[in-house]
Design a protein around this ligand. Structure first.
Ligand code: GLC
Length: 490
């Protein structure tokens, strides 16, 4: 799309200006200070208090990234402070951050799951907090914040919650169904990709924040946590790469693996996966050179569905290697008709069909086949993939130039399609149907992360592409490119 010729550019500018204005209206104040954005506005013109929804931590991830890029650091610090003050101190949930909070009679009421539909658990919010905290400290240079007793104690509480012995004895976090963005039943219990990738980003961010404090004052407890977190990161990465990464080659091996293995030294099929569970659609989906992280690994029952957010975050956090990232990009291009279709991008593919929907979602009407979390399209997901592509381009210039050029074009087209559609569709929350054409049956409008996700992609494509580096958890240093990364040393 030729943006630099008169007309189209001004149309783009208009859309960006109105998105910015909508975004400003999503910011909520409590006692005179902004505490974050509401999830959706619905009717931005009415200006009435009934429009105030809750402040969801996960929905505020792109909000805070956007504010960081705009240099509005005080708001981000306050948001981190407010959510830290709400971190649970009670016996059974100690260390958990709330999924969301709202103000009632000047008091902040937090939801750790006890008020939510279905009483689900708040896992991703807890894992996002250290990531956001580290991004804030790095971008603003405010190391003093990281060194405060409140932050160091909060990190310790979270690490105590996460790094504990478990019945599985594996480095993954075991969670019930609905513990992350997919917060209605979708058969995503166990070790779902998004949670595990977030755990990886969370632990690496915790390490950076604890290391900052190391120079300050000796603390044996902190040093022990740091050592455990480092080991956990290394083991978690090895575990995910071994059990979740698939390509055409690994599937062929998997289909011929022996089953019923017992004992210490037989590791090829530790989860006793039968060849019959490998779905037929994988063949065409993977073609020759594609690869991705599957959705979950459980005894005998891997989840081969593709989850867009978990895979994009795996690139951003550097969980998968550079060649794996390019295999993932190839897979996205190859399956563009599914993953993008009319609205970038689908949350999870393929959807559960009628029978599976009944059995696995408990007939949840929102998650009906091709709807909402079950194959719906969520515009807020595109910028994560966009940032992953742009970050890759910066970290590995010149590698597979032809592919990366195609990815650039792809991203421009996706951006152009959001630019065209989203204002008309009133910045809807999600889209339904096999091509993602219809506005979701229960979609809210003027959804904050739809608006801000678009603004972020606009920023990365048009204003400052180098800001994609904000996400690399280790500071980006061109001098060390190609050498061993800190991650490999952890
Ligand atoms: C829905 C989504 C969830 C989101 C919330 C607020 O519950 O499934 O991911 O955080 O709405 O937008």
């Amino acid at each position: 799309m030729a943006m630099d010729q008169g007309g189209p550019r001004s149309q783009e500018e208009n859309v960006v200006a109105s998105a910015r204005a909508h975004f400003e209206r999503t910011l909520v104040q409590v006692r005179g200070a902004v505490v974050g954005s509401v999830a959706a506005m619905e009717h931005p013109s009415s200006g009435d208090a009934a429009n105030y929804g809750e402040v969801f931590l996960r929905d505020n991830v792109p909000v805070m990234v956007h504010l960081l890029l705009e240099g509005r650091f005080a708001i981000v610090r306050h948001f981190l402070d407010v959510s830290l003050a709400l971190q649970s101190r009670s016996d059974q949930t100690r260390g958990i951050f709330p999924t969301s909070f709202l103000e009632q009679d000047s008091v902040l009421i937090a939801d750790y799951g006890q008020r939510s539909i279905g009483r689900i658990s708040s896992v991703d919010a807890s894992l996002w907090w250290p990531v956001l905290c580290w991004l804030y400290v790095r971008r603003s240079g405010d190391q003093d914040f990281a060194l405060t007793q409140e932050v160091q104690d909060g990190l310790q509480r979270l690490l105590d919650l996460v790094l504990h012995p478990s019945f599985e004895g594996t480095p993954v976090l075991f969670v019930p169904d609905c513990a992350f963005m997919i917060d209605r039943p979708m058969d995503v219990w166990g070790a779902p990709l998004e949670v595990e990738v977030l755990l990886f980003g969370c632990l690496r961010s915790c390490c950076r924040l604890l290391e900052l404090a190391q120079g300050n004052r000796f603390s044996e407890r902190r040093d022990q946590s740091l050592a455990r977190a480092r080991r956990w990161v290394r083991d978690l990465r090895a575990y995910l790469l071994k059990n979740y990464w698939v390509t055409s080659k690994t599937v062929q091996v998997l289909r011929r693996r022996p089953t019923e293995q017992y004992g210490d030294d037989q590791h090829v099929n530790a989860f006793n996966v039968q060849a019959q569970v490998v779905p037929a659609w994988l063949q065409e989906w993977l073609e020759n050179r594609g690869g991705y992280l599957i959705g979950n690994m459980r005894t005998g029952r891997p989840d081969f569905r593709f989850y867009s957010l978990g895979n994009s975050l795996a690139c951003l956090f550097g969980l998968i290697t550079a060649p794996q990232q390019r295999a993932l990009f190839r897979l996205v291009l190859h399956n563009r008709d599914h993953l993008i279709a009319k609205m970038p991008m689908r949350i999870c593919h393929p959807p559960l069909d009628d029978e599976e929907w009944k059995e696995k979602t408990g007939s949840d009407p929102k998650n009906w086949t091709w709807c909402y979390h079950n194959g719906g399209h969520w515009p807020c997901l595109l910028w994560y993939l966009g940032a992953a592509i742009l970050l890759h381009e910066r970290q590995h210039p010149g590698s597979d130039g032809a592919l990366m050029e195609q990815m650039r074009e792809f991203l421009e087209e996706c951006y152009a399609s959001q630019l065209r559609q989203l204002p008309r569709q009133r910045w809807a929350e999600y889209f339904d149907g096999p091509t993602g054409t219809w506005v979701g049956q229960q979609a809210r409008t003027y959804q904050t992360w739809t608006i801000v996700g678009f603004l972020l992609l606009h920023h990365l494509l048009r204003i400052q592409p180098s800001d994609a580096e904000l996400f690399a958890i280790d500071p980006f240093d061109p001098q060390t490119r190609g050498r061993r990364t800190r991650l490999q040393e952890e």
